[in-house]
Design a protein around this ligand. Structure first.
Ligand SMILES: NC(=O)c1ccc[n+]([C@@H]2O[C@H](COP(=O)([O-])OP(=O)(O)OC[C@H]3O[C@@H](n4cnc5c(N)ncnc54)[C@H](O)[C@@H]3O)[C@@H](O)[C@H]2O)c1
Length: 609
């Protein structure tokens, strides 16, 4: 079954006799329905496995309780602690149970609690360190969920349990007494000796887990991210109704590629690469954050499918879009003797997509590129349209190319681990699509905000696919950005957005944050010029605020912003071509706007002197 949604837009030109302003606008005559739902098993067989439980096992001090809460928060699940369940059920503390019933009595209660937890849905379960010593418990956990061992050396465990202060070489201290008091299994000797003994005794059981993470040098949120990253990479967080959409992007009559938006789609990557007929060797480029979360799952699934992948990692962040990083990456490809037909996978946010895409464009005059965008901004914007490039000391994105990928695979499940601020900035581009290009889409973003912000798989996948289709339909008309036509509408919010980024210093505002405040200032400008209705300004502000984006310039100097606007690359023949909403879902391109109007609009949204 293939279902289609509508993406509306057609161009017509209107010339207005507004003093000092000439503008072009786009109407709303429906064009073809061009986004396809891949629910047909032959097109996209998801074979989803619905995971209901994650058990965290491992020695004391591995961070099971803390990590359980964080994994649950990332997945939108709940977390339970087996020790707490035992205490609640028996109305006694663990030390009291040990004192009254010995360890054997405690273990019986623990098994009962585990049996109850094994019936809970969408739950992360922090187990007691000794629970997996029982073959019965281990079998129950293996049969009913995903088992993760959070390993830690006895020395680190001891330091953590003593609150980070004790040295393993110290003699018995007050904190040792505390440890033993709180944890009966560590009593009867120096806690470090007990930890070593228990570690030895239980290490074989801990090794039975599906995933083993050495946590000594990792912060709990990194450990939680790795748990989720492994599940996403294996396709284990795909709900039963896992949605998948596809859109063929036609660059020229001869050249086109597929953009797939599929929750849990990362685990389908090997078969997609096989369908494209790529040779065995695969070159993967990622940044350290993304690789830290997804590398093991991604690389092992590629290897299982018969590929020989190797990964190149760059430091996260904009500075990696540099000439020196490009040179190192090309060195790496050359040292590996990467060949013409071999694919380069750009796996990361917009930075990795732009850098690796540019390397793919120039190495051997072009090798096949596959974009696997991992941030919201990259999924809805950077990975679509074929623009790749790097920064230069004289300007952002100064060096680059138009180079189309062979495939874009956007898996919204990857966004589960994306930090809040980075997720938030991606919404600015999504809201831009609604306000400037598609009123019905803006309605959807208003109506479904709660579910989208909670990262519910179905609406999130549908909305990302819609943005992909919107961007695709605009860039298809003008793949090389040659005529400055409808593609220019994608710059809504960007003239002032770029000025904010440059005046505040790159990195102070994230790109999407600057675009959000830029959209507010540009909508105000449209209002002053009699182009943007009040209702659009109000609804846009409410949408941006709902998605946690800034709507004020926070006192940045209006004259500095104006100066920066004039330097903007979109200045053509000495004029800025402003994109201003003329109704919800419609935008106009306006030139010859006076400086006083711009400054007034900037001050209206919180610019300073
Ligand atoms: N080519 C284009 O058409 C285009 C369009 C828009 C933006 N861009 C470029 O995109 C870049 C911005 O992209 P971005 O916002 O994705 O920045 P980014 O690539 O720096 O990613 C943001 C941060 O999120 C981390 N991250 C990414 N995915 C993650 C995940 N799934 N889990 C955890 N962490 C994750 C990254 O490591 C990084 O720290 C800019 O350089 C911009 O110029 C390009």
């Amino acid at each position: 079954m293939a279902e289609c949604t509508e993406v509306q837009r057609t161009a017509f030109t209107v010339s207005l006799e507004t003093p000092g302003a000439e503008w072009v606008t786009w109407g709303r005559t429906p064009v073809r329905r061009d986004l396809e739902l891949c629910s047909d098993a032959t097109m996209w067989s998801m074979e989803t496995t619905s995971l209901e439980r994650i058990y965290l096992i491992g020695p004391p001090g591995g961070g099971k309780s803390t990590v359980a809460k964080q994994v649950a928060a990332l997945l939108g699940w709940r977390s339970v602690d087996i020790d707490s369940l035992v205490e609640e059920a028996s109305g006694r503390s663990i030390p009291a149970i040990f004192a009254e019933e010995t360890e054997a009595g405690f273990r019986r209660l623990e098994t009962t609690a585990l049996q109850a937890a094994a019936r809970m849905r969408e739950t992360v379960i922090a187990t007691g360190a000794g629970s997996c010593e029982s073959a019965e418990n281990l079998a129950l956990m293996r049969a009913s969920g995903w088992l993760v061992s959070l390993m830690v050396t006895p020395e680190t465990a001891y330091r953590r349990l003593a609150g980070g202060s004790a040295s393993p070489e110290d003699g018995a201290s007050e904190s040792d007494m505390d440890i033993a008091g709180r944890r009966p299994m560590l009593g009867g000797g120096h806690p470090l000796d007990r930890l070593r003994l228990l570690y030895q005794r239980r290490s074989r059981s801990y090794a039975e887990a599906d995933q083993i993470i050495m946590t000594d040098d990792l912060a709990p949120d990194t450990v939680a991210g790795r748990v989720v990253g492994e599940l996403v990479g294996r396709g284990l967080v795909s709900p039963e109704n896992a949605a998948a959409w596809k859109r063929r992007i036609r660059v020229t009559k001869e050249q086109s590629y597929e953009a797939l938006v599929a929750w849990g789609g990362l685990c389908r990557l090997p078969s997609l690469l096989q369908q494209l007929g790529f040779p065995e060797r695969i070159h993967v480029v990622s940044d350290r954050n993304v690789a830290g979360l997804f590398e093991p799952a991604l690389m092992s699934s590629l290897m299982r499918a018969g590929f020989t992948p190797l990964m190149y990692q760059v430091p996260p962040g904009e500075p990696s879009k540099s000439l020196s990083q490009l040179e190192s990456l090309v060195d790496w490809l050359a040292e590996r003797r990467a060949e013409r037909g071999e694919a380069l996978l750009a796996f990361g946010g917009g930075v990795v997509g732009d850098l690796a895409g540019f390397a793919a464009a120039i190495y051997l005059r072009g090798i096949p590129l596959v974009q696997i965008p991992s941030s919201l901004l990259a999924q809805v914007d950077a990975s679509i349209g074929g623009k790749v490039g790097i920064d230069h000391s004289r300007g952002k994105n100064l060096l680059g190319a138009f180079y189309q990928p062979r495939l874009v695979l956007a898996d919204p499940a990857l966004l589960l681990t994306l930090p809040g601020r980075e997720l938030c900035e991606g919404w600015a581009e999504v809201i831009k699509h609604g306000v400037a290009l598609d009123a019905e889409y803006a309605d959807t973003l208003e109506r479904e905000a709660d579910a989208l912000l909670a990262k519910k798989p179905e609406p999130l996948t549908r909305v990302i696919a819609r943005s992909v289709a919107i961007k695709a339909s605009v860039v298809e008309e003008d793949a090389l950005e040659a005529d400055g036509g409808r593609r220019h509408l994608l710059n809504y919010g960007h003239t002032i957005g770029h000025a904010i980024e440059s005046v505040a210093g790159y990195g102070t505002w994230l790109h999407g944050e600057a675009v959000a405040a830029g959209m507010m200032a540009e909508a105000q400008l449209g209002r002053h010029l009699g182009i943007t209705p009040d209702e659009v300004v109000t609804r846009q502000r409410a949408l941006l605020e709902r998605y946690g984006l800034p709507t004020s310039l926070g006192g940045i100097s209006a004259s500095d912003l104006l100066r920066a606007c004039l330097w903007d690359k979109k200045v053509q023949h000495g004029r800025i071509r402003w994109v201003l909403p003329s109704a919800l879902g419609k935008a106009a391109v306006v030139s010859d706007v006076g400086d006083a109007d711009i400054e007034r609009a900037l001050r209206d949204v919180g610019a300073g002197a």
